[in-house]
Design a protein. Structure first.
Lengths: 370, 374, 244
């Protein structure tokens, strides 16, 4: 019985004027275009320096900033107002104002003052920009100190040597970070929206009436909707991961089978959510709006784009019920860190519970009689 | 003109009869903006730190205290060996390892060989870099303190000192929602409006009532306009609620001119509605309309609008492509006028582009609409 | 009487509105039972209850020996249904629709293929087997829906206004199909607005405002109401309903 229901779904999907196009275009767009755009890398922070001192020191500091990979020196202005105007126009992100007598004050034990003003609308950029600027200034100061204190390596001065190491993504390539996670978004959208529209559109067209009057089992009917969706999801994922390897040379550091294992679970979870919504809606519009609501919240509160640790406590608690959170975490852990299945026990457990709960719910929510 | 009003009233009655849908249309953007506005921030804080401290002396304790008192870091565990870090990283047990060399305090004052190693989980490069930058700051400050003490106690020289003063413009509290709320508005508006209009028109096409309307003596253009006006008003209503919520609940200030903010937003709403109109002329079924306006628009808008990922970090080709995403212009304009509070003159470009887009899309869809009829 | 449908005091309420009000009747095996009434009289609601699509508010119904409230899924195994609104898949081909429903009713894979061909020939739709249902004219769609409803040889088939909007010739053909099915022992439960069709039924019931006002053979009804045609019977009863 099930085979006929599955066959029917596939026929309908492939004959639809629109769905096959989306199934081809969306994954290609996500893997070929989005990784280049999904970049929060903060380099080339645009700086305007207001040099009120015009001393050798102020020039030296300016050169140092211009040479830094983090900054791009857009202009050296002579007045504060000029710099502010550029900031308001959106031409620069950070202003460094060097006061008159900068060199003189620094040397005469009277701390020299510098003003850093960062556009903090984007707090990431503002914060990191101010921070990098602080580091350059500190280095500059230490250089000068070393020059002015005779007998350079003074044994009495306590010095801590700092080394740092960036693990799992040593070149700071944002694409490596985003590609495994963008798959999560893609699968969520495709395998979540299609089932959402499925049952409710059968209701609207009236075809579900003919099905309801047959002795078809509720479980079979729901499985007939789930399985095609699930197969489609896995095919799309394979194409996506294949292209990730071909185009970006990105292969999982961990086990590829683990990736598939979790995807199987995950697609069940999102399809289940879609079917539940579809069951409770009476029009396509309602179903779509409801799913849209949950999807935006689930995507933005999943840690895909912003760290979960930055969220307030209540929102962090909410993420515990968000399947995207787990799948995104899993994908990144397997791809970047090579974590094994044993280290992913928690997310596995959470996704399994969700898959069971949502799909049983979907079956119960489907009513053959009013 | 009388018939025109009759159509608008009919459309309103139609919308308000379905209370569940109207609640969804108004409730969704509000709930999304509230939840996400409060929750999402790119600020890096609560970085989970693991410490390997073999000597456990005064200096290492002082440094660890500095880390603990910083709001960016949170010391969650101590490591038995540097190798343990590797294993725990794979379990996502912490984000940052602080590894002291042996006999730290002793070496610090005698051999000058004291060293600290930072190991950051840089899966997310920003997070990793920020963690390293913050940690470096903490250590540098500590070292600077030591230097001052050492110098005060004997070394005397004309050493050079700078004290930078840092000022965070427009967002001194470093509130994440300042950046996110305009982005959310840009995304939510365009999606909701496009979905509403496209489905309203396609539904009439599907059920055949569009034929009846077109058989009436009213010009097709008026039929289309009469369908858009109620949604335009509903969208405006949503806009006002969102602005009120931003100001009073999310504490995002409206620094600029409120009237221009409204004008600018209304232009954007017009773009969104006409986009829905265009979609409705291109598809035949409600399902296709929903997929095109919801699914088809959602991802490009989320990623190419500058809402999350800064446009200027994209490669040039994508920067050009992003120019056709209306949300890009709205978000950039709204950030300027709402958060930075700059004058309307600074968003003239965005305003003109959006107006142009609205005009182009409306012309195109009316053309399509007509050819469909013939 | 060997009855396959027994309804006693069957009632359905939606809020304050009573759509079906304590109706009781029996339908014998092999009978063609006409279910008549004005729009909104409660015919479709009553039929949906008997098919297990809608739960009765009170009262009892037995269809093919199974309780409609307690064993709706058992009922569904033994009935066929054709709804008022065409409800086969428009984006599937003719034979694909038949195959789907044959499969759902648990028909043997080997039997499905020859049976589809046989049915298609019977309906005169064989040349259209690869046509999408959406492209069929309404009359053919109705014939297809009927054949899908009886494809699995149910004991009873419920037809809700099967000939609505169809031309007279196709209507005639449709009734021939109904008679054929009845000859094979399938009980027919049919609602209609066409009074000439009412004459084709063995017995008819007249529903007015959710109640059965009359139930007899067409001939007896005409005599009882002293009417020359069924039309008149209908007018008299419907008017009575309006006066209430």
């Amino acid at each position: 019985m099930l085979q006929y229901l599955i066959q029917k779904e596939f026929r309908q999907i492939f004959r639809n004027a629109f769905i096959p196009k989306i199934l081809v275009v969306l994954p290609l767009m996500v893997i070929l275009v989005f990784p280049w755009a999904a970049n929060q890398e903060i380099t080339h922070i645009r700086v305007n320096i207001v040099d009120g001192d015009h001393s050798p020191y102020s020039r030296r500091l300016t050169d140092k900033i211009a040479a830094s990979p983090y900054f791009e020196l857009i202009a050296v202005s002579s007045t504060h107002d000029e710099a502010t105007a550029m900031m308001e126009d959106g031409q620069v992100d950070l202003i460094l104002e060097i006061e008159p007598d900068f060199e003189k004050h620094g040397v005469t034990q009277n701390p020299a003052a510098l003003h850093i003003a960062a556009n903090a609308v984007n707090i990431m950029k503002g914060g990191l920009g101010a921070n990098y600027m602080g580091q350059i200034i500190r280095n500059f100061m230490e250089e000068i100190q070393a020059e002015t204190v005779p007998g350079q390596t003074n044994p009495g001065l306590p010095v801590i040597r700092i080394t740092s190491q960036n693990r799992f993504n040593p070149h700071g390539d944002y694409k490596i970070f985003m590609i495994p996670a963008l798959l999560v978004m893609l699968l969520t959208i495709i395998c979540g929206f299609l089932p959402t529209l499925n049952i409710v559109s059968e209701k609207e067209k009236g075809t579900i009436e003919q099905i309801n009057v047959t002795p078809v089992k509720k479980t079979m009917f729901i499985l007939g909707k789930l399985i095609p969706n699930w197969m489609m999801g896995l095919v799309i994922m394979s194409v996506y991961l294949g292209l990730a390897a071909l185009v970006y040379g990105l292969v999982p550091a961990g086990n590829i089978l683990a990736v598939y294992g979790f995807a199987v679970l995950y697609i069940l979870v999102v399809s289940g959510i879609g079917l539940i919504i579809s069951n409770y809606s009476s029009t396509t519009q309602q179903a779509m709006f409801t799913m849209f609501f949950f999807m935006i919240i689930m995507i933005l509160l999943s840690g895909l784009f912003t760290p979960i640790a930055s969220m307030p406590a209540w929102a962090q608690t909410m993420t515990l019920f968000n399947p995207l959170r787990y799948f995104a975490e899993i994908m990144r852990m397997i791809y970047l860190k090579g974590s094994s299945i044993w280290e992913l026990g928690g997310p596995f457990f959470a996704l399994t519970i969700m898959a069971c709960v949502f799909n049983i719910w979907a079956i119960l929510a489907y009513r053959k009689s009013q | 003109m009388k018939q025109f009003w009759a159509f608008i009233i009919k459309e309103f009655e139609h919308i308000f009869r379905d209370m569940r849908t109207i609640l969804l249309i108004i409730g969704i953007p509000i709930a999304q903006i509230l939840i996400i506005g409060f929750a999402v921030s790119t600020e890096v804080k609560n970085i989970r730190v693991a410490v390997y401290d073999p000597s456990n002396d005064v200096s290492t304790q002082l440094i660890i205290n500095h880390f603990e008192s910083s709001r960016s870091f949170e010391v969650v565990r101590s490591l038995q060996s540097p190798d343990e870090a590797e294993r725990l990283f794979q379990q996502n047990a912490f984000d940052f390892a602080l590894i002291f060399s042996e006999h730290f305090d002793e070496n610090l004052y005698h051999t000058g060989e004291a060293s600290v190693q930072f190991i950051a989980d840089a899966s997310d490069p920003n997070y990793g870099n920020t963690a390293v930058a913050y940690a470096t700051n903490i250590l540098s400050d500590y070292q600077q303190e030591l230097m001052q003490k050492a110098m005060a106690s004997g070394m005397n020289s004309a050493n050079f000192r700078i004290v930078p003063q840092v000022q965070m413009l427009y967002n001194p509290e470093m509130n994440g929602s300042y950046n996110f709320v305009p982005g959310l508005m840009g995304m939510v508006f365009i999606l909701i409006c496009a979905m509403m209009t496209s489905i309203a028109i396609v539904r009439e096409k599907e059920s055949g009532t569009m034929e009846v309307l077109l058989a009436s003596p009213v010009k097709p253009i008026y039929i289309v306009i009469s369908k858009m006006i109620p949604y335009f008003l509903i969208s405006w209503f949503i806009l006002i609620i969102i602005l009120l919520l931003s100001i009073f609940v999310l504490n995002v200030p409206v620094a600029g001119n409120l009237i221009w903010l409204n004008v600018f937003s209304l232009i954007y709403i017009l773009v969104a509605l006409s986009l829905g109109l265009l979609i409705s002329t291109l598809v035949r079924t409600q399902v296709a309309a929903m997929l095109a306006s919801g699914m088809g628009l959602m991802m490009p808008i989320m990623i190419l609008s500058g809402m999350i990922f800064p446009i200027e970090s994209m490669p040039p080709v994508l920067q050009w492509i992003s120019c056709i995403v209306p949300a890009r212009w709205y978000i950039s304009g709204i950030r300027k006028i709402m958060i930075e509070g700059v004058g309307v003159i600074h968003i003239l470009k965005e305003m003109l582009i959006l107006t142009g887009m609205a005009a182009a899309i409306i012309t195109l869809s009316l053309k399509k609409f007509k050819t469909r009829l013939e | 009487m060997n009855s396959v449908i027994q309804a006693s005091q069957l009632t359905k309420r939606f809020g304050n509105f009573t759509a079906v009000d304590h109706i009781s009747f029996e339908v014998a095996k092999g009978e063609i039972f006409g279910f008549l009434g004005a729009n909104g009289a409660g015919k479709t609601t009553a039929m949906r209850m008997l098919c297990g699509l809608s739960k009765p508010t009170s009262g009892q119904g037995l269809v093919a020996g199974y309780d409609i409230a307690k064993q709706p899924e058992e009922v569904k195994k033994h009935i066929g249904y054709m709804s008022q609104k065409f409800s086969l898949y428009e984006d599937l081909k003719v034979w694909e629709n038949m195959q789907l429903y044959a499969g759902i009713y648990g028909m043997n894979i080997k039997q499905i293929r020859p049976k589809i061909d046989e049915k298609l020939h019977q309906l005169g739709l064989f040349d259209e087997r690869n046509t999408f249902v959406s492209q069929l004219p309404l009359g053919w769609k109705q014939k297809l829906a009927f054949s899908v409803a009886i494809f699995h040889e149910p004991q009873i088939v419920f037809l809700d206004e099967p000939t609505g909007g169809v031309d007279p010739i196709t209507r005639r053909q449709f009734w021939e199909l109904i008679y054929e099915a009845a000859d094979r022992g399938i009980t027919i439960f049919v609602t209609t607005h066409y009074m000439d069709e009412a004459e084709y039924c063995h017995r008819i019931s007249m529903m007015v405002d959710g109640k059965i006002e009359a139930l007899d053979t067409p001939k007896n009804l005409r005599e009882r109401f002293r009417a020359a045609t069924m039309d008149e019977v209908f007018y008299q009863l419907a008017r009575k309903g309006r006066e209430n």
